[in-house]
Design a protein around this ligand. Structure first.
Ligand SMILES: O=C(CO)[C@H](O)[C@H](O)COP(=O)(O)O
Length: 219
């Protein structure tokens, strides 16, 4: 049976709710994460609340009556649930299509398990067809763009301001043969806040919605 992309996102969001037991849940940003919020709202009696990876997600959680905690006021969390723009069999991800990559990486770092929820269009052999988002301090944008060219990319400034008041440079055409090394190299450029490669800390679980049902991959 053929499903629409939204139906696949909904199926994978439902599957992710099986991982929700108690306590505080880390919640990502984007259309797939939004489907997860809908499902989380149905089991909100089980949890204390959530930590949001963006202002948009925080608003949506509150609208569903889910309390949003400041990350600085909690000890930790069991799971962080979020989508991705691309993910490989190694559970390395490319994220940040929605511009929330820095807060996403911070919340993910605190969580014991990263549960990535995707439809099968996101499952790729190698990362980099989707332009890599890099969050940059505004005064450093030209310098960082020149450094990204030296790494083989074609930078394009996005018309967007992040929740942190910074800009996003989308890098096209990067040859990402070693995602862990590329993530570190870009983060070393002065003025970069972070980049959308989630490879040093890959997902722990991938729930992938396919035409044959939701498949689970674990690291
Ligand atoms: O990284 C993200 C936002 O910064 C999202 O997880 C990513 O862009 C996927 O979004 P969607 O679920 O809408 O396809």
């Amino acid at each position: 049976m053929a499903y629409t992309q939204d139906e696949l996102k909904q199926q994978v969001a439902k599957a992710a709710v099986e991982y929700v037991k108690e306590g505080i849940i880390g919640v990502g940003t984007g259309s797939t994460a939004n489907f997860f919020i809908e499902e989380l709202a149905k089991v909100k009696h089980k949890i204390e609340g959530a930590v949001a990876s963006s202002e948009a997600t925080a608003q949506r959680l509150r609208a569903h009556g889910i309390e949003v905690f400041d990350l600085n006021n909690i000890d930790g969390m069991d799971i962080y649930v979020d989508g991705a723009d691309e993910i490989t069999e190694h559970l390395h991800m490319l994220k940040g299509g929605g511009g929330a990559l820095t807060r996403e990486k911070i919340v993910a770092a605190v969580a014991r398990q990263f549960i990535c929820i995707c439809d099968e269009t996101k499952y790729v052999p190698t990362l980099g067809k989707f332009p890599l988002p890099v969050e940059v301090l505004p005064m450093a944008r030209s310098y960082v763009a020149r450094e990204l060219v030296k790494l083989g990319g074609q930078p394009a400034l996005r018309n967007f301001t992040t929740d942190n008041g910074n800009v996003i440079i989308d890098v096209h055409g990067l040859n990402i043969t070693d995602p862990v090394a590329m993530e570190a190299k870009i983060n070393q450029i002065v003025g970069v806040v972070t980049n959308g490669l989630f490879a040093a800390r890959p997902a722990n679980v991938l729930l992938l919605a396919t035409a044959d049902g939701v498949k689970t991959y674990k690291k």
